[in-house]
Design a protein around this ligand. Structure first.
Ligand SMILES: Nc1ncnc2c1ncn2[C@@H]1O[C@H](COP(=O)(O)OP(=O)(O)O)[C@@H](O)[C@H]1O
Ligand SMILES: CC(C)(COP(=O)(O)O)[C@@H](O)C(=O)NCCC(=O)O
Length: 318
């Protein structure tokens, strides 16, 4: 199925091939080396130097413009109000399907942005920490809805992001483990007045039903300064998900702590059937119903091809 974003006659996006986007790097220096890339890539989502040079360096340059412009706008409001200036973090969202490679993109961006000449403090937070614990999901009959809007503590996530934007110190986020397939009790990451926050997850560009009980409810997306959507055709996402599951069988699933440890022992066929079911019953419907509809809200759409290379870029121009 070709689920390429349609370009209406008056598209808000400018569309670039990989080659035309690459020219927008201008004189941005390359600040990552091969060893960095090996550390930053993830299982089933390799990244090479040409991807950094042709795709990520132009993004880094663009974001530097946006961060400066946002700070100027914020200072203008502060001056108008006569308030003393305090810094407000710039929040970048990285959204997209399960298995599209959001974590690699988020890690590469973090490394590049942290190496800007001004050496900003860049923090990375994944929204899976705000999933309800398995015990709560099981109680509510939501174990087969993991990743759907109702499986998250949305109020907790909203409080977290609004505290960060308010410049609070020591803001804590819970942590999720893919290995144990659950939120880790008692574990947190602490965010302490960063300059830039990268918020990664399926749901970061989502909105809800507004208003609720007659009260206007904010959305997580209200706190986002720049939204990136990682896109790929469904058959590719399906393949990447199943291939990753089968590879995890040889690696992470062998860990006695792994929720999926039984799949390291059962036949290949049985494991394959489970991966297919998890994709078609949970992750694919979630992509169609809740994730892909947020693509139209992104400032930048990065479209991946077969080998995980980004082949097309769309930038919101209006
Ligand atoms: N069952 C699992 N066990 C261990 N690691 C996993 C498992 N499922 C996913 N991961 C890892 O978790 C990370 C996030 O995966 P995912 O949420 O699908 O987002 P994305 O692929 O877009 O980064 C990836 O690095 C992936 O390799
Ligand atoms: C934890 C997830 C919802 C992904 O969340 P994300 O890290 O993208 O915020 C996903 O990896 C997941 O567990 N989906 C449920 C079905 C499955 O086991 O693949």
């Amino acid at each position: 199925m070709d689920d390429r974003p349609r370009t209406p006659p008056l598209s808000p996006y400018a569309t670039f091939t990989r080659e035309s986007w690459a020219t927008l790097r201008a004189d941005t220096p390359l600040t990552l080396d091969q060893a960095d890339l090996e550390r930053l890539g993830s299982l089933n989502d390799p990244i090479d130097m040409s991807e950094v040079e042709q795709i990520y360096l132009p993004i880094s340059r663009l974001l530097a413009f946006y961060v400066t412009a946002r700070q100027q706008l914020f200072r203008a409001t502060q001056r108008f109000l006569g308030h003393s200036e305090h810094r407000v973090p710039f929040v970048i969202a990285v959204a997209g399907s399960v298995a599209v490679g959001k974590s690699t993109t988020a890690r590469v961006l973090r490394a590049l942005l942290a190496r800007w000449p001004a050496t900003p403090k860049v923090d990375l937070v994944t929204t899976d920490g705000f999933l309800l614990p398995n015990a709560a999901l099981a109680r509510e009959g939501l174990m087969a809805r993991k990743g759907f809007p109702e499986s998250y503590d949305v109020q907790g996530l909203l409080r977290f992001i609004s505290d960060i934007k308010a410049g609070k110190r020591g803001v804590r986020a819970p942590v999720y483990s893919h290995l144990v397939y659950d939120v880790v009790r008692g574990e947190h990451v602490t965010i302490d007045q960063p300059d830039i926050v990268i918020l990664e997850g399926l749901n970061v560009l989502q909105t809800g039903d507004r208003p609720r009980n007659g009260r206007v409810q904010p959305f997580v997306s209200d706190f986002i300064d720049f939204g990136i959507y990682l896109d790929a055709d469904e058959p590719l996402l399906h393949r990447w998900y199943v291939e990753r599951f089968m590879r995890l069988r040889e690696t992470a699933f062998r860990d006695p702590q792994s929720y999926f440890r039984k799949f390291a022992q059962v036949s290949k066929q049985e494991a394959l059937e489970t991966a297919e079911t998890l994709w078609s019953d949970i992750n694919l419907p979630n992509l169609r119903e809740n994730i892909r509809p947020t693509r139209a809200r992104a400032d930048l759409i990065l479209r991946k091809g077969r080998s995980h290379r980004i082949e097309e870029v769309r930038l919101r121009k209006i």
